[in-house]
Design a protein around this ligand. Structure first.
Ligand code: NAD
Length: 404
């Protein structure tokens, strides 16, 4: 690899550094491991969720996200913080049946054997069942597809404190012989669905109009929401802002963030049109009411949440005791992040705050090191010129100045 990519010794050293993750653990987590990759870890402050205070760990590379979340949470505290509810840790496992001659008859036959199918599924995970989880229901749907009619069996599984993909996939695979025998068809795919629309969190907060800058700001945010609701180009960025927080907490706590992203965006499109995951409206007092509703498939057992020491420490900082509680915190974070972005966009614009915090990154990319980073950043903020070309000039001047 070193030869192939002409890597220097310094670059090799940077790659080999696995940070808080012991190299042998990393080696067991994925394949072909050559080292580690570290994100900055920041703590978002001021979060009060369902009457409890939290310190929320964020792992991400983007400046201003932690500051924005902390600021939004501070404003939400004025009216008691965030209220979050959830629909329980319910995931869906899909079994695809092809070569089905009479889909309606097959559907009826499968439903008649529901009890046997659920029993077989639950035999795969006595641990989960003993904790009150397991396969709870079974749905059969007919699809008309490019390759003709298909029957899809959906297992509805309570995955407890697990994200549940392995648990659900194991159950779905175990049902293959029984489903083939009942249907006379052929079972092909057996896999969890990331459109986790039975595992939703709903977060709400009421932002006091004076605290957030007056009724103009309230109106501005409602207009911003209306724009996202009407236009997928805007809506993609609206939802991206929500995911800034959700994904950062997800990484910090060892979650499968691909699953979170897939769930979020497929849920946003469930009406056939891509829509915002939040709604914003003005109440009778003129205050701003925000609501977020999205799937949140997270777990505290299994995956990196258990194996990554930093993830374990972060879960301890967060102090969540169940997967549901983690999901609720992440829902509140998503709402806070969206509020912060919309408030900035609907008032002074996003760049003022963002670029100030970004100025140090610009200085570093222009070659600044040590104390010079902050000097260059400060100068660019003063000059209102947070640009790579200006940073380069400043670095050159300061480095020259330093020379005897
Ligand atoms: P897992 O199999 O490691 O852990 C789940 C198991 O832990 C359960 O089956 C149960 O037997 C046991 N358990 C112990 N205590 C429990 C408790 N309190 N609550 C629930 N279960 C408990 O992990 P998982 O959560 O089934 O799978 C998650 C992993 O699957 C993630 O790493 C994810 O990246 C990966 N994955 C995701 C997808 C996808 O999203 N499409 C597909 C395949 C794999």
């Amino acid at each position: 690899m070193k030869e192939f990519a002409s890597l220097t010794d310094n670059e090799m050293e940077a790659l080999a550094d696995t940070g808080g993750l012991p190299a042998e653990v990393a080696d067991h987590m994925i394949e072909n491991v050559v080292g580690g990759y570290t994100y900055p870890l920041g703590i978002a402050m001021n979060f009060r969720i369902n009457g409890k205070d939290y310190l929320v760990p964020f792992a991400l590379e983007e400046p201003s996200v932690v500051a924005a979340a902390s600021n939004a949470a501070k404003m939400a505290r004025v009216n008691g913080g965030f209220t979050v509810t959830n629909t329980g840790p319910i995931m869906i496992g899909q079994i695809q049946v092809i070569n089905v001659l009479k889909p309606d008859t097959v559907r009826a036959k499968l439903l008649a054997r529901k009890g046997d199918l659920l029993k077989k599924a639950n035999e795969q995970d006595p641990m989960l069942v003993s904790l009150g989880g397991g396969a709870k229901d079974l749905i059969v749907k007919k699809l008309s597809t490019l390759k003709g009619p298909m029957v899809i069996v959906e297992l509805i599984v309570n995955t407890g404190d697990a994200m549940g993909a392995n648990a659900v996939n194991t159950m779905a695979e175990a049902l293959t012989p029984m489903v083939e025998e009942i249907t006379g068809g052929r079972v092909l795919l057996r896999i969890i669905s990331n459109l986790a629309d039975r595992r939703l969190v709903k977060a709400t907060a009421v932002f006091d109009k004076e605290t957030i800058g007056g009724e103009d700001v309230v109106d501005g945010i409602v207009y911003a929401y209306a724009f996202a609701d009407a236009d997928p180009y805007r809506c993609a960025t609206h939802n991206k802002g929500i995911m800034n927080g959700v994904v950062a907490v997800g990484i910090a706590c060892g979650q499968d963030i691909r699953a979170l992203e897939a769930g979020a965006h497929s849920y946003a499109s469930r009406s056939g049109r891509y829509k915002p995951l939040t709604t914003w409206e003005k109440n009778r007092d003129g205050d701003l009411v925000g609501t977020l509703e999205m799937p949140m498939a997270v777990g505290l057992v299994g995956g990196a949440a258990k194996t990554h020491p930093t993830a374990r420490a972060n879960i301890k900082i967060l102090g969540v005791k169940t997967a549901i509680e983690l999901a609720e915190v992440m829902g509140a974070v998503g709402l806070a992040q969206n509020f912060a972005a919309l408030r900035a966009l609907a008032s002074e614009g996003i760049q003022r705050g963002h670029m100030k915090l970004h100025s140090r990154n610009v200085a570093i990319s222009a070659g600044a090191t040590g104390a010079i980073v902050d000097i260059v950043a400060k100068k660019m903020i003063e000059e209102k010129k947070i640009r790579f070309d200006r940073a380069k000039e400043l670095v050159a001047e300061l480095s020259k100045g330093k020379k005897p």
